[in-house]
Design a protein around this ligand. Sequence first.
Ligand code: S3P
Length: 188
Amino acid sequence: MSLPKRVVLVGPMGAGKSTIGRMLAKELGYRFLDSDRIIEQRCGANIPWIFDVEGEAGFRQRETAMLGELANEEHTVLATGGGAVMRPENHPLLKKDAMVIYLKTSIEQQVERTRKDRNRPLLQNDDPEAVLRNLFSIRDPLYSGLADIIMYTDRKSPRLVVRQLVNRLNPRTPRHKRQIRKEGRNHV
Ligand code: S3P
């Protein structure tokens, strides 16, 4: 079995997509891409600002355009925003040449990991836990439906999750081959 051209991480806010994605990319010798961070760089503004000025609809438009662009980037690990699965037109963009991994995480963990965060507009309200619960009920079937691998992350360190993912993706990739890929790639 050879490695997929792209690895795409989906899952809710606080699932650890960015942390795990960055570490996984390093292990595979792939470039790490984070769609939210690239949207912010391109826009010259952070996500709360984009939500404020353009509304969620404006952000979703940018997100779809970004996923379309990044769908052509091979040898990459892509961390997506938690809502990337909401638009059906995003689904083929997420799946293109990719192994899609759902980082599945309990509501308790999501609450804990996003508690002090000010960069997630959907959680800036009196009851972020209720929001996370509601989003989970809508999105969990979408994440599961798109995923080639469902990986539970509760009570696991990012290191352990990455090790388990590497084994699932390609148990036989020898270290020296990963090193060659690593040397040939730059970050976007
Ligand atoms: C969102 C998740 C965020 C970001 C935006 C909307 C969502 O990304 O895209 O705030 O709809 O769940 P993370 O999942 O990386 O927090």
